[in-house]
Write a protein that binds this ligand. Structure first.
Ligand code: HEM
Ligand code: HEM
Length: 183
């Protein structure tokens, strides 16, 4: 009989948590792609407007997907990583995941805040209806929120890259089941 040093634990996150994770990952990717692609077109062109609207739409969907996900996550304990990583590593992962969850909620809200406080309001692709901005805009506050939104946006490119590298490291180097739990 062959005895495995670490019996494989095949338990995964629940379907809701897995689907919400990958859906938000795709939405975040499209949100970044749209806001950076927007620079290819001149101000005032329909393409540039559409890129901005795709950015706001995918960003808002991130918020929409993350709310039920978090509500579920509060009373679902994730399946254990086997073999269990040492405590400092588990703490680091925990901090990273809390930061990512915070970002998934706060970053869209900062985007919404920018457009509402500036008075511009939020428009959507293909439909005329828009969420109106504040009747009395506050330009300097809008600018401050926008700068925070851009700073957090750039900062989390690095956090997400580290998260991706950590997942690959668990899979290829440490060869535990951390990634499999999310598939
Ligand atoms: C997870 C979701 C989001 C991410 C990752 C994200 C990321 C970013 C990034 C990186 C920028 C800076 C682009 C640059 O420096 O050129 C930006 C700009 C912006 N975002 Fe977002 N964003 C998100 C959601 C939203 C939402 C929901 C809204 C509005 C409803 C929004 C509105 C804006 C606006 C108005 C700008 C400024 C564009 C300009 O330069 O005029 N974002 N976003
Ligand atoms: C290709 C890209 C990605 C891969 C391979 C990946 C992989 C993983 C894995 C394996 C876990 C489980 C970690 C654990 O339980 O120890 C996880 C959790 C998580 N990921 Fe990702 N991820 C990716 C992209 C993203 C993105 C873009 C975000 C958000 C911006 C994100 C946010 C999260 C969060 C918040 C958790 C914690 C889940 C929970 O505790 O319920 N991930 N990811």
């Amino acid at each position: 009989m062959h005895i495995h040093a670490f019996p494989a634990d095949r338990r995964r996150y629940s379907a809701l948590l897995r689907h919400a994770h990958w859906l938000s990952a795709v939405l975040v990717l499209v949100a970044y792609a749209a806001i950076y692609a927007r620079e290819w077109w001149e101000r005032g062109t329909p393409e540039r407007l559409l890129a901005g609207q795709i950015h706001t739409l995918t960003g808002l969907l991130v918020l929409l997907v993350t709310v039920p996900r978090l509500l579920r996550r509060f009373h679902e304990t994730p399946p254990p990583v086997v073999p269990a990583p040492p405590l400092p590593q588990r703490l680091l992962a925990g901090i990273a995941h809390v930061a990512l969850f915070l970002y998934l909620i706060v970053q869209p809200l900062l985007g919404v805040g920018t457009l509402l406080v500036s008075g511009k309001g939020i428009g959507f692709p293909l439909i005329a209806w828009r969420i109106p901005g504040l009747a009395v805009p506050n330009e300097s506050l809008a600018k401050a929120i926008k700068e925070l939104h851009e700073f957090v946006g750039v900062l989390f490119i690095y956090v997400i890259a580290a998260h991706l590298l950590a997942a690959l490291w668990h899979w290829r180097v440490r060869q535990d089941n951390a990634l499999q739990r999310m598939l």
